[in-house]
Design a protein around this ligand. Structure first.
Ligand code: HEM
Length: 412
C-alpha cells in the first residue's frame, strides 16, 4: 500500500535529489539501496545548479556526523540553505554553530531538555494526547494529521518556549509554510515571508520576557550568559526559531507515519494492542521507520577522502538518514517494520555533537500517542487519500483521513 512510485535506480542520472517534488512523488528506497551498494559516496551533479555529495551508508553517515571539524554545519545544515549561499544564522543558532561556541550554547540550551526539566511538559503531553485522541475517537473519523498529530508537538514546544495558547494556530500556519508545504511546493517568497514572521514573533516574545521573565526557555535565553556574555537579541530569536523548526514538523511526521505503518502492518498493530505497555523499542522502530528528517547537510572544510572518493574543501556533503536507517549492513531485515526490533541504533536524531537536543521529548510524545492508541482504539482505517508533503528535507503526510473504532470499554 505504497502511495508513491518506487523509483528505479536507472533514473539516477535524470533526477535532482534537491527537488521537493521528487520526494513527494517517489519512494527512493531502491535508489538508496543501489547507492549504498554501488556508490556509497556519490557525486550528484545537477543540470540546473551546484552539485553535492550524497552519503548513504550508515557507517559513513555516522562518520560525517561525528567529525564536525572536517564537515562543518556553519554554512548551513540542510540542502536548501547550502545551495543558496549559506545560512544567515550561522555561528549564532545551535544547529549551524560548531566547536567551542556550539558546546557552550548547547550547555545552556540543553538544560530545559533534560528528562528532569521536562517532567511537567511530558506530563502535559500525556494529558493533551489522551484528550485529543478521546475527542477523535468520539467523532469517529478525523484528519489524523491536522486534528491530532499537528497539536501534540506544537503544544509541547509552546509550553517550553512560553508561547500563549491564543498564538498557537498562527505558529502552526507559519511553520508549515516556512519548512515544508502541504499541497504544492511553497514559493521562495512564501517561505521567506513565513520565516520572517516567525522571527518577528519571537523577537516580540523575547522583548516581553526581558521585561518580565517567566520559567520558560525564552526567559532562560534572555537571562543566561554563554561564555561570559549575554546572548544577543538575534541569537535569542534564532534559537527559538530553531527549537520550533526542529521539533514541530519532525515529531508530527513521525506520529502520522507511525499510524500509517500500523495500518499497513496489522500484525504489529495487534502486537501493540496485545501488550501491556508501549516499549522503548516500539517508539524507536517508529522513529527508524519514518525517518522524518531525510538528510542533514555539511560543508567540507578541507580536502578529504571518504569511501575512496576525493571530496574537496568547500564541497557540499549530504548525509541521508533515510538511507542509513535501511542499511542492511547494520539492520537485520531493514525493510521490516518490527516494533520489537533490538538493537535499533537508528540515525533519525543524527549522531555526535549535533545529536538532536529534543530526542527525549520526541520519544515521550510518540510514546504518549502509541499508548493512547493502544488503550482507546480497536481499529484504524484510512478513509480517503493521504497527501504527502513537498520537501527535500522532511518526509511525511500532511493529510491522513482516518476512521478510529473505539476499543471495548472506551468511555466506560
Ligand atoms: C537536531 C531530528 C525532534 C530540536 C536534530 C538533528 C536531527 C534531528 C537529524 C541533527 C541535525 C544536524 O545534525 O544537522 C529530529 C527528529 C525529531 C526531532 C526526527 C522528531 C521525531 C526535536 C524536538 C526538538 C528538536 C522535539 C525541540 C523541541 C532540535 C535542535 C537541534 C536538533 C535545537 C540542534 C542540536 C544541535 O545542533 O546541537 N534533530 N528532531 N528536535 N533538534 Fe531535533
Amino acid at each position: 500500500m505504497n502511495d508513491r512510485d518506487v523509483l528505479d535506480p536507472s533514473a539516477l542520472d535524470r533526477i535532482d535529489l534537491a527537488d521537493p517534488a521528487l520526494h513527494h512523488a517517489h519512494d527512493l528506497r531502491e535508489v538508496w539501496r543501489h547507492l549504498r551498494d554501488e556508490a556509497p559516496v556519490y557525486r550528484h551533479e545537477r543540470a540546473g545548479g551546484e552539485g553535492f555529495w550524497v552519503i548513504t551508508r550508515y557507517d559513513d553517515v555516522a562518520a560525517v556526523y561525528k567529525d564536525g571539524e572536517t564537515f562543518t554545519s556553519e554554512r548551513g545544515n540542510v540542502l536548501d540553505t547550502l545551495l543558496t549561499g549559506g545560512d544567515s544564522a550561522a555561528g549564532r543558532m545551535l544547529a549551524v554553530t560548531d566547536g567551542p561556541r556550539h558546546a557552550a550554547l548547547r550547555a545552556v540550551l540543553g538544560k530545559p531538555f533534560s528528562p528532569r526539566s521536562l517532567e511537567v511538559v511530558v506530563d502535559s503531553v500525556r494529558r493533551g494526547t489522551q484528550q485529543l485522541l478521546r475527542e477523535a475517537v468520539e467523532r469517529g473519523s478525523c484528519d489524523f494529521a491536522a486534528d491530532v498529530a499537528a497539536h501534540i508537538p506544537l503544544a509541547a514546544i509552546c509550553d517550553l518556549l512560553g508561547v500563549p495558547p491564543a498564538d498557537r494556530q498562527h505558529i502552526i500556519d507559519l511553520t508549515s509554510t516556512a519548512l515544508s508545504s502541504a499541497d504544492a511546493p511553497a514559493t521562495p517568497e512564501a517561505t521567506w515571508a513565513s520565516r520572517n514572521d516567525l522571527l518577528l514573533y519571537f523577537s516580540e516574545l523575547a522583548e516581553s520576557r526581558r521585561a518580565k521573565p517567566y520559567d520558560d526557555v525564552v526567559s532562560l535565553l534572555v537571562t543566561k550568559e554563554v561564555d561570559g556574555r549575554p546572548l544577543s537579541h538575534e541569537e535569542i530569536i534564532f534559537n527559538c526559531y530553531s527549537i520550533i523548526m526542529g521539533g514541530h514538523e519532525t515529531t508530527r511526521f513521525a506520529m502520522i507515519g507511525g499510524v500509517e505503518a500500523l495500518v499497513e502492518h496489522p500484525e504489529q498493530w495487534e502486537a501493540l494492542r496485545g501488550g501491556d505497555k508501549v516499549t522503548a523499542a516500539a517508539v524507536d522502530e517508529v522513529l527508524r521507520w519514518t525517518t522524518p528528517a531525510l538528510h542533514s547537510g555539511r560543508t567540507a572544510t578541507e580536502d578529504v577522502f571518504l569511501g575512496g572518493e576525493f571530496i574537496e574543501a568547500g564541497d557540499v556533503v549530504t548525509v541521508w538518514n533515510a538511507s542509513a536507517n535501511r542499511d542492511e549492513r547494520v539492520f537485520a531485515d531493514p525493510g521490516r517494520f518490527d516494533l520489537a526490533r533490538t538493537p535499533n541504533k537508528h540515525l533519525t536524531f543524527a549522531y555526535g555533537p549535533h545529536f538532536c537536543i529534543g530526542a527525549y521529548l520526541a520519544r515521550a510524545e510518540i510514546g504518549a500517542l502509541l499508548e493512547g492508541l493502544r488503550t482507546m482504539v480497536a481499529e484504524i482505517e484510512f478513509t480517503g487519500p493521504r497527501r504527502r508533503i513537498f520537501s527535500n528535507f522532511l518526509s511525511g503526510l500532511s493529510t491522513a483521513p482516518v476512521k478510529l473504532t473505539p476499543a471495548p470499554g472506551f468511555g466506560g
